[in-house]
Ligand binder design. Structure first.
Ligand code: L3W
Length: 420
């Protein structure tokens, strides 16, 4: 794909607490549809339709949530529109905390209008009067810019009362700062935090679409989902659905970092292979690629013909490239240190299980771990996956399971002296 280079230095802000790989020196961005979007044309078109027509169009587009889970956006909105409540809310999940993920930061910095446009379309579709951007604490520096964009939208009657002259369509957006907890990217922990409580996931159902913020029907969408839907409302569902694959419609933004010479944010159609992506970012010779952040999939080189699509590797948009010299145990240690620190502690499996996995990885590093002990660690990983309450816990042992599946020889090659 054609690559546009933008002048942006990501070095200081690389989104990883303790980067295994920190070479995001320059950002290459290929965000063609974002760049070409005629801002507010989507909102103008939306308000010329009924809310039900807007939801129907979104459903035809096939847009799926860009926060990682890929739930159909049209279905979510339809549920929220149908749910009974005194009032309704639209929340933009801008708690982008997944290591290696920085696409939402680029969107918020360069295309904030599109995000607010998308929130306003959502409000129109479901009948909400209030919107909240839950902004990651580490993105505090973006707040003045976002407030300025909001203010200019208010002045242009794109927020406030009777938006764009539409009688009775009243909606405004405020920004709420997160406090630095990764788990608050999980939508129900986010809502708890927004309500002033400790950020811990709730049991679902009820899903936020039925009962969310302050017990009212709430749509929680990721930054990129909202920006993308403004493109869809502008250019039409059929245009969007003609891009991508059968079950993965449209294009997606990928944050690419690690052992490649062109790290950055890329807008690419769903369906490209890992190989094609590596060619784009010049990550030749990689031994593995992590797809979907630390909670995603570790894909070894022999599987680089796999596709980025919901049919295959359909997850969030962060890609970390691991070159031939990477020590995969060190990679896993980094992941587990992150999860141990970020577990909210509510579930025993996640709180204690991840600590035990980290201990196990360190024993493996010292060559003190036998094949049998490794098998115990894998059984523990399966338990943490099965028994944890939220996406964080359920996905935290993925790396351990992938290591065992793809790099067992490498991890058991260390000298075994006094193995457990
Ligand atoms: C109504 C139903 N709504 C599902 C909705 C649900 C949510 C969305 C996805 O995230 C991954 C994991 C984490 N009626 C519904 C329904 N929904 N069934 O669809 O739900 P689900 O359960 O498939 O996934 P999840 O547990 O929400 C799992 C990652 O997402 N994650 C996301 C973080 C995102 C950010 C961000 O956007 N800034 O931080 C958090 O856990 O890693 O891979 O909206 O309500 N029957």
């Amino acid at each position: 794909p054609k690559v546009h280079r933008i002048i942006e230095d990501c070095r200081q802000e690389f989104n990883t607490r303790r980067p295994t790989v920190g070479n995001v020196g320059e950002t290459y961005a290929n965000t063609l549809n974002y760049t070409n979007h005629e801002v507010n044309s989507g909102l103008t078109r939306a308000v010329s339709q009924t809310p039900a027509e807007v939801i129907a169009e979104l459903t035809v587009s096939g847009l799926r949530g860009r926060g990682g889970a890929g739930f159909p956006t049209g279905v979510k909105w339809k549920l929220a529109a149908a749910a009974k409540g005194e009032t309704k809310y639209v929340i933009c999940n801008a708690d982008e905390g997944e290591p290696g993920t920085f696409k939402d930061r680029i969107i918020l910095g360069k295309y904030a209008d599109m995000v607010f446009e998308g929130m306003t379309v959502a409000a129109y579709a479901i009948g909400a009067r209030e919107g909240v951007v839950y902004l990651r604490y580490e993105y505090t520096h973006l707040r003045p810019h976002l407030e300025a964009v909001l203010e200019s939208r208010r002045k242009a009657n794109l927020l406030g009362d009777n938006i764009l002259g539409k009688e009775g369509f009243c909606f405004d957006i405020r920004i709420h700062m997160g406090a630095g907890a990764y788990v608050c990217g999980e939508e129900t922990a986010l809502i708890e935090s927004l309500e002033g409580r400790r950020g811990e996931p709730r049991n679902r159902p009820p899903y936020p679409a039925e009962r969310g913020f302050l017990g009212q029907p709430t749509v929680v969408n990721n930054v990129e989902t909202l920006a993308t839907l403004s493109c869809i409302m502008s250019r039409g569902a059929k245009w969007f659905a003609s891009i991508g694959t059968e079950r993965s419609k449209g294009f997606k933004l990928f944050s690419v970092s690690g052992d490649c010479s062109r790290p950055g944010v890329y807008e690419l159609p769903w369906g490209i292979t890992v190989d094609q992506l590596l060619e784009t970012v010049d990550g030749k010779g990689a031994k593995a690629v992590q797809i979907g952040g630390y909670t995603g999939h570790l894909v070894p080189a022999r599987q680089f013909d796999r596709r980025l699509a919901y049919e295959d590797l359909g997850i969030g948009g962060s890609i970390i490239v691991y070159g031939p010299d990477r020590d995969m145990l060190e990679v896993a240690e980094n992941y587990l240190e992150f999860f141990v620190e970020e577990s909210c502690g509510q579930c025993t499996t996640c709180r204690v299980g991840n600590q035990k996995l980290l201990e196990g990885i360190r024993l493996l590093q010292q060559g003190k771990c036998s094949n049998r002990y490794l098998n115990d660690l894998i059984a523990l990983s399966e338990t943490v996956k099965l028994a944890s309450k939220c996406g964080l816990g359920q996905a935290s042992p993925n790396v351990m399971i992938a290591l065992n599946a793809h790099f067992k020889d490498e991890i058991l090659a260390r000298p075994v002296e006094g193995a457990l």
